[in-house]
Ligand binder design. Structure first.
Ligand code: G6P
Length: 467
């Protein structure tokens, strides 16, 4: 296994640090830990770019099988030098479930139900100490492994405290922290217990530079830090882009072709509304169904002539709010189907399998793609779909998604809280004449052309080196 000294005095090697790595492990039927690709834009976009032998990716062992694999130290994962860090499971579960997913995710997305949550009791404060501990363990691991003067790119809200800890340990390295979510503004950051809010801000301010998908989240970040009396570090705005090459490779595979046929048989000659999301609160799946029900109510002529394919895959099932939300989504889809469905027409097809070839088939076929998050750092689906769609499909996109900033002219923008507006936008999209559909679709393709994950990575490296 190589160490920091093997690399010296080489400069500008790259170290990616993230919670979830580019590969994850599961046990096969003989109990061996076997690798598989992990989901998500970060992993799919970065995987091909860092398989160069000069980059190191440090991620966290999330599953039991990951922990077994972590014991082998540095591994070659399809050309990526990868190490999985084995963190004490109790510390990790507090850091991931309680702080990252149930506190920071909710805070940055503005989805706390403030009359009830959050509740910062002793249990929570213990979890915060474990979040700190987790970030320290990761910072120590990076400090021990990063080549001299490396560019260290730390990803996302799980690791907000790493920059400060790492800068204290390794002043020679450049540290970028990139936030994939929105960022809480001053009012929201003020919800955190003051010590924790301050620590979060100081943690990030330890970076050479902090990056965001849009200037809106960047501006909230700088305003929040200033509201706490902390001078923000340098910042940059660089939206991630979809891995279109990877999607096309999936599209040409047998599994995706079979899914296209299957979806075509399901929809028959109906128009197809598609959504592809992780099954979670910020994605606003309930209001999407309410809008669709409103449309079916107002437009009986559309009955049997439209099908809503909702590909929503469960995630973070350890978080009670997610489990409850899933039940609500399933109940609402059943109730809309019960109300409008007939023997030969199911208005909503709710699919909770995590099947990427099926999602790509949906991208190719949709007439309308509904992306209506209450708030979203970027939303890659709004870019992945239009990049490969073959039906001049119309994008109905929440104005609260980061990607709306540059897709606004080529989609139907909606206020995600406004069910009536969303219903009208779905209607307008379904009724749209072919020429307008084709113009909008071409506009989307034009806007997305040239946006690549490589550019995004380069922006982070530039920001590291500018510091
Ligand atoms: C989404 C978000 C990212 C986040 C990731 C974590 O992709 O956009 O900001 O890092 O989820 O997902 P996980 O499944 O690891 O909790």
């Amino acid at each position: 296994m190589s160490t920091v000294h093997d690399h010296e005095p080489e400069s500008h090697d790259l170290v990616i640090v993230s919670n979830r790595g580019p590969v994850g492990f599961r046990f096969d039927d003989r109990g061996r830990a076997v690798a598989g690709k992990t989901a998500g834009g970060l992993a799919s976009g970065l995987r091909p770019l860092v398989a160069d032998g000069r980059s190191l990716w440090l991620a966290v062992a999330i599953t039991e099988a990951d922990r077994v694999a972590a014991a082998q130290g540095r591994m070659d994962a399809n050309g990526i030098q990868l190490e999985l860090l084995d963190v004490d499971p109790a510390v990790y579960s507090d850091a991931y479930d309680v702080i990252s997913n149930s506190t920071l995710w909710f805070l940055h997305h503005g989805i706390f139900d403030l009359a009830r949550t959050p509740v910062f009791n002793e249990r929570w404060h213990r979890a915060w100490r474990n979040y700190r501990e987790f970030n320290l363990v990761v910072a120590d691991a990076v400090a021990a492994r990063a080549p001299r003067r490396a560019d260290v790119l730390v990803q996302d809200y799980h690791l907000s405290l790493v920059p400060r800890f790492l800068a204290a340990r390794r002043p020679d390295v450049s540290i970028v922290h990139y936030t994939h979510t929105p960022f809480a503004g001053p009012d929201a950051i003020g919800i955190l217990p003051s010590e924790a809010g301050r620590e979060l801000a100081e943690g990030l301010a330890g970076a050479t530079a902090c990056g965001f998908h849009t200037s809106r989240w960047r501006d909230r970040f700088t305003a929040s830090l200033r509201s706490l009396g902390i001078e923000p570090p340098a910042t940059f705005v660089a939206p991630l882009a979809p891995d279109t090459t990877g999607i096309r490779a999936v599209a040409s595979g047998e599994a995706c072709r079979a899914e296209r046929t299957r979806i075509d048989q399901l929809r028959r000659d109906a128009q197809l509304i598609v959504r592809v999301d992780r099954l979670e609160l910020s994605k606003n799946i309930l209001r999407g169904f309410h809008a669709y029900a409103d449309l079916l109510d107002r437009r009986p002529d559309l009955h049997r002539r439209v099908v809503f394919l909702a590909l929503v895959y469960p995630s973070r099932e350890g978080v009670p709010e997610y489990a409850a939300y899933r039940r609500e989504v399933e109940a609402l889809a059943a109730s809309v189907n019960g109300r409008f469905g007939t023997a030969d027409w199911q208005p909503i097809i709710l699919d909770t399998d995590d099947d990427f070839p099926r999602a790509v088939a949906g991208f190719f076929l949709y007439d309308v793609l509904l992306v209506n998050p209450v708030r979203d750092g970027l939303n890659l689906v709004a870019m992945e779909g239009p990049a490969v769609n073959e039906a001049d499909g119309v994008l109905v996109l929440s104005r609260e998604a980061g990607s709306h900033t540059f897709l606004a002219d080529h989609c139907l923008g909606v206020n995600p809280f406004d069910v009536t507006e969303t219903s009208r936008a779905l209607e307008q999209a379904l009724d749209m004449d072919p020429a307008t559909r084709s113009d909008l679709a071409a506009g989307l393709v034009g806007e997305l052309r040239g946006r690549t994950p490589a550019q995004w990575l380069e922006a982070q490296i530039r920001a590291a080196r500018a510091g």
